[in-house]
Design a binder for this molecule. Structure first.
Ligand code: GLN
Length: 472
């Protein structure tokens, strides 16, 4: 029988948890996946005391998601001693379902990056090949899930769940904007980000998403209408295996050969092979114009830098976090910030402040907001006609360490930023390998149709990639 869920492997919660813990320790020792891994003794006690349908599930949580009494640093020196007094809503809901937080996963500082190299705790390594990045910014969570099989939490502002999922050969889902509470998610660019889920098995995406998508009045951007209830019912039926099947003949997919031209040759070859396979399965495929995608990247970077510079103002070292010098207010804040933040974070704070400063705002930020509206309307029009938009998750295979650091690496976010700008849910599904390194295929769907994305993942599980046809 196929293993469809991590939790089905065995049924003694302590036994599953211990095996998982051993693998997670390996992911930490070999690949630096964690900024903090808790002691087994503490964890065992918590499992024994836990109750709920997910009892025994150990949860790796990205280090920008607040965890009560467990250090949460955003992989930054400025928060290196910060211990939150409360849990993020998503964490609280999972704990209520029986989950135990096993530790905090390594990431790019403040989730700004796509390589997981800019962490104050050192870079995360890609288990598939020495010398290569696992993607980011949620690289630690992706590696933890790859090595252990257990699902994990990440955050996705412009691809930080889907991109590392693609580079590690697992599933990564970014929910609809407003589905999952951002309460306790430390903000980078809050108009775009959602907590997302990594999993090896499609069913586990449904299980975790079901629990974290409950309505939370403390996040004012949560969508409050009947779509949440419908989706959650569907996720619960998927979790039990009751309603997993999808008839491809009933669904249409839009893609754009022109936009795929922007990828490396090897990614393109794998993409077209996937398109052929999807067509063989019965999906109806349509090559259409998706030209608006070309302006996604500058639009995204202008908006996120402006939001980041405003969000990161709060780190003055006085209320919490690092305080480097006591004395003159401006001097101590300035010293704390210059020593506390890394280079990429500073670059974005400074650029964001400039882009939104008086006299400049109309030139960049307001234009970016208009472009965002245009992209959003364009995606809506397309998804009114077709069920899915399919594009590669990334335009190339995982880069080597150092190769994609700083602005030269922004291009790797070309395809992932679109659903963040529009709010649509999107998933990355393993598509194949290029010279021993994995890449993913991205499905974007209508708002609140995460259930369909999970069903597509289930339907295509292991089918898009046939090792006998390796490219390269
Ligand atoms: N790589 C993108 C950025 O640096 C996305 C990061 C994210 O999703 N957190 O902004």
């Amino acid at each position: 029988m196929d293993i469809k869920s991590y939790m089905d492997i065995e049924d003694d919660p302590i036994e599953i948890a211990f095996k998982t813990y051993e693998r997670l320790r390996i992911s930490d020792e070999r690949y630096n996946a964690f900024t903090l891994l808790r002691d087994w003794d503490e964890i065992q006690k918590e499992i024994e005391a836990s109750k709920g349908p997910l009892k025994g599930l150990l949860l790796p949580v990205k280090d920008n998601i607040s965890t009560k009494s467990i250090r949460t640093t955003c992989a930054s020196r400025i928060l290196s001693n910060y211990i939150p007094p409360y849990d993020a809503y998503a964490v609280k809901k999972l704990k209520e379902a029986g989950v135990v937080v096993v530790g905090k996963t390594n990431m790019d500082e403040f989730a700004m990056g796509n390589t997981s190299e800019t962490s104050y705790f050192g870079p995360v390594k890609n288990p598939w090949k020495d010398g290569y990045v696992p993607g980011g910014s949620s690289g630690g969570s992706a590696v933890a899930t790859l090595v252990s099989g257990a699902p994990s939490l990440g955050s996705d502002t412009g691809g930080s769940v889907r991109q590392p999922a693609s580079y590690t050969y697992i599933l990564g889902l970014k929910p609809t904007y407003g589905l999952v509470s951002r309460y306790g998610l430390i903000s980078y660019a809050d108009s775009l980000e959602q907590i997302g889920v990594f999993a090896k098995y499609p069913l586990d995406l449904a299980k975790v998403l079901y629990h974290i998508s409950d309505y939370d009045p403390r996040d004012g951007t949560m969508v409050r209408d009947g779509r949440r209830g419908r989706l959650r019912n569907s996720l619960s039926r998927i979790s039990t295996g009751e309603d997993l099947e999808l008839s491809p003949e009933r669904y249409s997919i839009a893609y754009s050969s022109k936009i795929v031209e922007l990828s490396d040759d090897d990614v393109r070859k794998l993409f077209y092979r996937s398109i052929d396979l999807l067509e063989e399965m019965g999906f109806r495929l349509h090559d259409i114009d998706l030209d608006f995608m070309e302006v996604g990247l500058p639009t995204y970077y202008i908006i996120t830098m402006v939001e980041a510079s405003s969000n990161l103002m709060r780190y003055d070292g006085i209320q919490y976090g690092l305080l480097e010098e006591i004395g003159d207010y401006f001097k101590s804040v300035s010293i704390t910030r210059s020593r506390g933040f890394g280079e990429e974070v500073k670059r974005r704070i400074i650029t964001g402040a400039l882009l939104s400063s008086k006299g400049y705002e109309g030139k960049y930020y307001l234009k970016a907001l208009k472009l965002r509206r245009w992209i959003r309307d364009s995606v809506k029009k397309i998804l009114d006609v077709y069920n899915f938009i399919v594009i590669p998750t990334t335009p190339s295979k995982p880069p080597k360490f150092g190769e994609a650091l700083g602005p030269k690496g922004y291009i790797h976010d070309l395809y992932t930023v679109i659903p963040n700008l529009t709010g649509n849910p999107a998933i990355s599904i393993p598509m194949g390998f290029i010279e021993g390194l994995p890449v993913g295929l991205q499905f974007i769907s209508r708002w609140f149709s995460e259930d369909l994305l999970i069903k597509v993942a289930y339907l295509t599980d292991g089918k898009l990639y046939d090792s006998s046809k390796e490219v390269g």
